[in-house]
Every structure is written in C-alpha cells, then in structure tokens.
Ligand binder design. Structure first.
Ligand code: PLP
Length: 387
C-alpha cells in the first residue's frame, strides 16, 4: 500500500533538488563561514548566494535576510527583539488570538517578565482579523503589531497589506509570521508592508531546523542570542551552511511555478472538499472558503472525534492531522477553533488536510473515499449521533 501524505502544514518532504544541493554542501562546503582560508571563503560564498535566493522569493534585499534555526526562533527574535529594542517608546503589543505558540509564548513571557501588555485581537467566524479592530486597539504606547499571514490550522489568509498600512501610518513595527505562506502563495515584503517576516524551511520542502527572519533596513530590533556576532550581530552561532543551502534551493523551486502549483493544489483541495461535503451529513469547512491557503482544508464533523478519524485514516495509509502537530498530543480543544466560535465538542471533531507538491488526483480520490467510509463507520458507532 502506497502511503499518502496530506499533512504539509506540519512539515513537507524534502524536494530531491534540495537533497542534492545539501549533499553537495555537506561534502564540499564544510568550512566555517567565518574562517579566512579557502574552505571558509567557499562556505561564506555559499551562504551569501543562499541569502540572495531567499531574499528573491520574498522580494527583499539580501542584507535584510537573517538566517535562524527555524520559524520558532524567527518569531521569538521578531517579537522579543523588537519589543526590547522599542521598550523606551512603550510597552504595548498587539497580536491575534489565533497565532502559533511561537508568537503567543514570547508575548506571554514579555507580559509576565518584562512589564509589557499584550492585546490579543479576536477573529471572525471565518478566522479573519478585522482591520477596524486593529485600529481601535492601537494606543499611544503600542510599539509592535504581529499578525500571521495565514493560519496553520484553518489556512485563513489575513489582510496583511491593510494592517501594514495602519502600522506604517502610526510608526509601529509590523511583524508577520509567514511560515505557512512563503513558497505557497505570493509573500513579497513590500506588497505586504511588513518590517519583519518569519520563514521556516521545512514547510516548503526544505530541511528542518533552518529558517530566516526578514528585517527591513532601519527596523529597531535587538538580538536575543549572543555569542560570536554571526549574521551581522543579529544571530550568533556558526551558520548551518548545508541547511541554509537547502532552504535556498527550496525557495528557488517554490518560486519557479508558484501560480501553477496554487491552481493545481487548490483544484484538488476543492474537489476533495466537495466530495466529502456532498456525501457526509453534518460536515462543514472551518475557516474562510475564499481567503484561504490553496492547500488547506479543515473539515468539521459532528458526532465524530477527529482523533478517531485520524487514526483510522492512518491505518489506511493516509497521514492527516486534527490540529497543529505541536498541540496534537494535548486533549484541549484547539485555541484557533475555539477562537472562531466552535464549541469544544465541535472543535474536537475537526480534521486538517493539507495538500502538497507531490499529491496527485488519484490520491485525492483515495483520500475522499477513505474519509467518507471512515466517517460513516464512526458515525454508526457514535453515541452522540442523531436518532
Ligand atoms: N509559525 C507557524 C504558523 C507554524 O505553522 C509553525 C510550525 O508549525 C511555526 C511558526 C514554527 O516553525 P518551526 O517548526 O520552523 O519552528
């Protein structure tokens, strides 16, 4: 039985081109990019070429890209680094109630330990932040706004360009967590109007443990990791050259046929949604159907536990998710699904299917059939189902 992987929001398989570029880097570019001899210079050259490529995907200048250990570190650097650099101007931060823990937790730490106040904006039933609510939340002492580009659970794409205009007109540093969007939809820093943008390599068919933070030139931000002054003092630590080369190869590939892939993947996603919604009663789509990542489908099922669905599908060789991977071991309802107004039992009946580059039409057919048959059999056993 060939396994089907449809959990690309959790992580993606590395592209063959990425593996090839990294293998070459592991073998040939082993030098320390800070060393002055030839192996060091070769590593430095690979690093700077990679920086150019990553910058290209987001429409930035190479010197505005800083490599990190991944999305979590990029978010921490953006939030904590900007907060600490701007604390003399104020201690108020605005974010949203549906951010990834990599944003929410550094915000909580700043509240608990550094005397900051954080406003967590609510979202609509579709999972959208309202720009009017953002404007209303801004105070004299607001120094940072952080709104994710698209949500990792329900795929909702936020009005970042509009929020960016608001932030810019008030002189407030603006961060977006673009971990789920870079390489999946256009995410150019000037179109979005952001000062800071987080990237994670493993979400776009690159290796795990590598990422980047875009920092617009002139943005007030302080490092949070100290040491030998790598990445122009913004992030100390010997650069992971093979990982960074892998991220750059992944960025280049993703940028090459972004529009075609968006159309192909959203077509498969919509077909899958329609197939299940037509055949299984009391089923709905969580999040917006239009302002949504092309690869994300989050289905809600009454009278069924999402975990049970996931495990039955796994037994059939199909990998999907019930929420974000980081929270899938907890039994609490997803904070994103409760933020869009689902009751805990509704939130527990959700299934996140995130398609990707290697998925095919035949796989979509198999997954659709499997979901319908598993949902029917679980419903037949459910003590909660309608009489
Ligand atoms: N932000 C979002 C929206 C994510 O989906 C994730 C990963 O799930 C992260 C941040 C963390 O990225 P990383 O796994 O590279 O630390």
């Amino acid at each position: 039985m060939k396994r089907i992987y449809m959990d690309h929001a959790a992580t993606t398989p590395m592209a063959p081109e990425v593996i090839e570029a990294m293998t070459k880097a592991f073998v040939e570019i082993f030098g320390n990019a800070s060393s002055l001899h030839q192996p060091g210079l070769a590593a430095r050259a690979a690093l700077e070429e990679a920086r150019e490529r990553v910058a290209g995907l987001i429409g930035a200048k190479a010197e505005e890209v800083y490599f990190t250990s991944g999305g979590t570190e990029s978010d921490n650097l953006a939030i904590r680094g900007a907060a600490l650099a701007n604390r003399d101007r104020g201690r108020h931060i605005i974010t949203t109630s549906i951010e990834h823990p990599a944003v929410l937790e550094p915000c909580r730490k700043l509240e608990e330990e550094e005397g900051f106040e954080v406003t967590y904006l609510p979202v609509t039933r579709e999972g959208l932040v309202e720009v009017e609510a953002l404007e209303a939340a801004i105070r004299e002492d607001t120094i940072l706004i952080s709104i994710m580009h698209a949500n990792n659970e329900i795929g909702t794409i936020q009005p970042i360009a509009e929020a960016g205009e608001v932030a810019r007109s008030r002189g407030i540093v603006f961060h977006t967590d673009a971990v789920q969007t870079v390489g999946k939809i256009p995410a150019k820093v000037d179109d979005l109007g952001v000062d800071l943008l987080s990237i994670s390599s493993h979400k776009l068919h690159g290796p795990k443990g590598v990422g980047a933070l875009y920092i617009r030139k002139g943005t007030a931000i302080k490092p949070i990791v100290f040491g030998g002054g790598h990445e122009r003092g913004m992030r100390s630590g010997t650069e992971n050259v093979p990982g960074i080369v892998g991220l750059a190869a992944a960025a280049e590939l993703a940028g090459r046929n972004l529009e075609e892939e968006m159309a192909r993947i959203s077509g498969m996603r919509d077909r899958l949604a329609d197939y299940v919604l037509e055949r299984v009663e009391d089923t709905w789509v969580n999040g917006s159907r239009t302002k949504r990542l092309p690869n994300n489908l989050n289905l809600g099922f009454s009278y069924i536990e999402g975990e049970a669905l996931l495990l039955r599908l796994d037994a059939k060789g199909i990998a999907v998710s019930t929420g974000s991977a980081c929270s899938s071991k907890k039994t609490v309802a997803s904070h994103v699904l409760t933020a869009i107004g689902l009751r805990p039992q509704e939130a527990h009946g959700s299934l996140r299917i995130t398609l990707g580059r290697e998925n095919t039409d035949e796989e979509v057919d198999r997954v659709g059939e499997a979901i319908v048959s598993v949902a029917e059999s679980l419903r037949a056993m459910s003590p909660f189902r309608k009489a």
